[in-house]
Design a protein around this ligand. Structure first.
Ligand SMILES: Nc1ncnc2c1ncn2[C@@H]1O[C@H](COP(=O)(O)OP(=O)(O)OP(=O)(O)O)[C@@H](O)[C@H]1O
Length: 259
């Protein structure tokens, strides 16, 4: 039987009077790569933060590894890796210091944390800055460091929020391969991004959040059959009822030209 890793049932979340999530439900099985997409402000990061226990004050059920988050226990986090959309890194540390610190926080002994940090940085093409301060890293190098830090403890469930921000085309190919191989080995990945062609190619299932509810949930082929025959970008436009990009673009440029 396929193992359920994650269950969300009738999840609702308000910020003040604003309803962000209005009855979101889905289940995720071991080994799935979920592409979690939706317009800006749809509530994707909010859903992820609730699952990570960073945001509370929600209604509905959130169950991870068979454990309901409302019991307040945090042990489940040991088996989770997270790349946030926006992250603060300790700029004064070197990559080596940062990653061994994170590895030890996750319970790895120092030698293993050091070995994995160095190897993973080398394999991701940033081995030469292992002993440089993070303040000197480029945007893509910082992003790679974040990805490595989310994986050091070999987690079962990964939350990636715009993980390929700033990565060059070759590095994106490596990252896609890493995701595919992790999923093939039974890791579950919850992947939130606006880069539709990557989501289309990498996800075993796509969930589209719109107006606080799930507007679509299925494989890319299932979504194509139910909607436009075309790219995920076209399906996204159709399901979110958006067709004014040309008109909005030209009105935007008209205002720019006003002097
Ligand atoms: N701490 C907060 N206080 C008040 N409102 C918030 C807070 N965090 C998020 N929101 C609001 O909740 C809504 C959903 O935000 P969220 O960051 O989850 O969207 P998102 O789908 O991840 O968007 P994006 O694609 O732009 O990253 C937005 O309207 C945002 O302004």
């Amino acid at each position: 039987m396929e193992e359920i890793i994650l269950t969300i049932n009738d999840l609702k979340k308000n910020y003040g009077v604003k309803t962000v999530l209005n009855g979101v439900s889905f289940q995720v099985k071991r080994g799935e790569i979920i592409g979690y997409i939706g317009p800006n402000g749809a509530g994707k990061s909010t859903t992820v933060k609730i699952m990570l226990g960073i945001e509370d004050d929600y209604s509905g059920e959130v169950n991870i590894f068979g454990h309901d988050l409302s019991d307040g226990k945090v042990e489940y986090k040991r088996k989770i890796g997270y790349v946030p959309e926006i992250a603060e890194l300790y700029d004064n540390l070197t990559g080596h210091e940062y990653l061994t610190f994170i590895g030890e926080l996750y319970g790895l002994d120092y030698d293993l944390a050091e070995y994995k940090s160095k190897s993973l940085m080398e394999l991701f093409g940033i081995g030469e800055v292992y002993h440089s301060r993070i303040s000197s890293y480029s945007k893509g190098m910082r992003q790679k460091l974040l990805i490595i830090s989310s994986l050091l403890h070999n987690p079962e469930l990964l939350f990636f929020d715009e993980p390929i921000n700033g990565l060059d085309a070759n590095s994106v190919m490596i990252f896609k391969e890493i995701m595919t191989q992790l999923a093939a080995q039974g890791k579950t990945i919850f992947y939130s991004s606006h880069i539709m062609d990557v989501v289309e190619k990498i996800s075993s299932r796509i969930i589209l959040l719109h107006d606080g509810k799930i507007a679509a949930d299925g494989t890319f082929n299932e979504l194509k059959q139910k909607n436009t025959e075309g790219s995920l970008e076209q399906i996204f436009n159709e399901l979110t009822g958006f067709s004014e990009h040309k008109e909005l673009g030209s009105r935007f440029v008209s205002v720019v030209r006003e002097m």
